[in-house]
Design a protein around this ligand. Sequence first.
Ligand SMILES: [Zn+2]
Length: 79
Amino acid sequence: MQSSLIGKIDKARRYAEDKDRVILTEFEATFQGDHGTHAVSYRGGKWHCSCHFFAGWGVCSHSMALQRLLGGILPVAER
Ligand SMILES: [Zn+2]
């Protein structure tokens, strides 16, 4: 393997252990809940989920689970 690529792989390993370098700005995900699959997204600093609970409360177990899962790379206000 070329030494320049080996250097990049080593750097990637170090970067992957340093979550403060990355801020997730938006994403979409499907979430397999206990009672069905839901579409969860984070965009413009706002969460959305297709489940009924989120429609009434603006938060749900799916969005909160993803906040925990992605806590290190979400903007500080969303952690
Ligand atoms: Zn939900």
